[in-house]
Design a protein around this ligand. Structure first.
Ligand code: NAD
Length: 417
């Protein structure tokens, strides 16, 4: 099932280790084909009326990769790099993620190729409503349930909910990651970052790495990176470097994350923070630390740029698809542990599942229930993966794949043809 070497990176990365895991399980080729091929792909034209009266014609996509285990689930991304290949790769990852965490969902992803930073709030609302209208036929609380991703947030989900509900009646369970006042779950905002911290902590204890007093460096200070940084500091881990799209900062004694958050909210970047040295995104990868955490874009850890020069003991994939397959191999050879994306960053979809459950039951969970449920899910998933990795002497990614593939294959088999 390997992609050709000319296939775009997000797709290659999302299927890295697919063959190794399928071999480990002895899956027949017809099942491999069923698990590999996307179920449904939709591309839509999204005309966007700009505030100045011009109309920009954008392209949007929604890929539903596999729904054997339940309604498909996955975020909506607004970013200039969005195309069908990237969305397909990310949808595939969602299938493995929901299966690995044993959630009753399949995998999907969507997005529009656009730079949201250049749009006004009204333009963003019109864009979201038009995109929703054009993919609405394929959505639904028991069909396909979007959530935020890069460039989208709780407000985007509120507009999607409203657009969908206008046609089909009030349907809060059609999207997750909503504002709390509109049926969102307590704890969803910080869930991915908090979940990354839980997976890191389990992996550190399991693999003999330091924890309290350990050092971490993070690329990205958005939803995932900023909440991860706060969770790490609460655990006594020192966050010594942070970068974002504009620049970065470094302080070997540990950054004051509360002060950095305040700086970033005023200046829209961590760059220029006074109590640290300036750091570029290229320099970030050379920072010696226990945990290096890409939490922004995909394909940032590559053979050409940094796989041979990273100076960390564990690479924590908080971003989706940050490591190319060849870089992954180099890291394995160098003995750097890789905590794979569809395990490390699964906290968001876990709490999205809690949100969906609360919407369907018209109940509200207390924050303690959300946090303890998240803790249990992340710890169980890490331990399942680690146990299999040791038993079969394979990297964590291959073991995580094997567990996920087996679960989806079982569901496919049981549902029949
Ligand atoms: P976000 O839009 O909130 O933040 C993105 C961050 O990345 C920002 O700090 C931005 O400045 C930075 N960034 C963008 N371009 C960059 C560049 N060229 N160099 C360095 N930094 C850059 O996005 P997010 O929700 O935090 O998502 C980050 C990653 O985590 C993505 O890969 C996403 O798919 C993944 N993820 C997010 C969630 C979630 O719940 N939000 C869940 C699972 C996985």
């Amino acid at each position: 099932m390997s992609q050709s070497t000319t296939a775009p990176k997000a797709e290659q990365i999302a299927t890295n280790q697919f063959d190794a895991a399928a071999d480990l399980l002895g899956l027949p080729s017809s099942m491999r084909q069923r698990l590999y091929t996307p179920f449904r792909e939709i591309t839509v034209q999204v005309p966007l009326l700009m505030d100045n009266g011009d109309v920009q014609v954008l392209l949007g996509h929604r890929v539903q990769h596999n729904g054997a285990r339940g309604p498909t689930k996955g975020g909506i991304r607004y970013h200039p790099t969005v195309d069908l290949h990237e969305v397909r790769g990310l949808a595939t990852l969602m299938t493995w993620k929901t299966a690995l965490l044993d959630l009753p969902f399949g995998g999907a992803k969507g997005g529009v190729s656009v730079d949201p930073r250049g749009l006004s709030k009204l333009e963003l609302e019109r864009l979201t409503r038009k995109f929703t209208e054009r993919v609405a036929l394929a959505l639904g609380p028991y069909r396909d349930i979007p959530a935020p991703d890069m460039g989208t947030n709780a407000q985007t989900m509120a507009w999607m909910l409203d657009e969908y509900s206008q046609k089909r009646g009030y349907s809060p369970a059609v999207v997750t990651g909503k504002p709390v006042s509109l049926g969102g779950s307590l704890g969803r905002e910080e869930a991915t970052g908090r979940g990354v911290m839980i997976a890191m902590r389990e992996a550190a204890l399991d693999r003999g790495l330091p924890w309290k007093g350990a050092t971490a460096a993070i690329q990205g200070f958005g939803n995932v990176g900023s909440h991860l940084a706060q969770s790490l500091v609460a655990e006594g881990v020192r966050v010594i470097a942070v970068t974002d799209a504009v620049g970065g900062v470094h302080n070997a004694n540990g950054l004051d994350i509360a002060a950095l958050l305040a700086h970033a909210s005023t200046h829209r970047s961590v760059a220029g923070f006074k109590e640290a040295d300036a750091l570029t995104n290229e320099q970030l990868w050379l920072v010696p630390c226990d945990f290096m955490v890409p939490a922004a874009l995909g394909s940032v850890i590559t053979r050409e740029d940094n796989a041979s020069t990273l100076q960390c003991r564990m690479l924590v994939e908080a971003a989706n698809a940050p490591t190319t397959p060849i870089a992954d191999k180099i890291l394995n050879e160098r003995g750097i542990i890789v905590l794979p994306d569809f395990l490390a960053n699964a906290g968001g979809v876990v709490v999205s599942y809690f949100e969906w459950t609360q919407n369907l039951q018209q109940m509200r969970w207390e924050i303690e229930q959300v946090y303890s449920g998240l803790e249990r899910k992340m710890v169980t998933a890490y331990r399942d993966v680690s146990t299999l990795a040791r038993e079969r002497d394979v990297p964590l990614r291959t073991a995580a794949y094997a567990i996920a593939l087996q679960r989806v294959a079982d569901a496919e088999e049981l549902r029949g043809n």
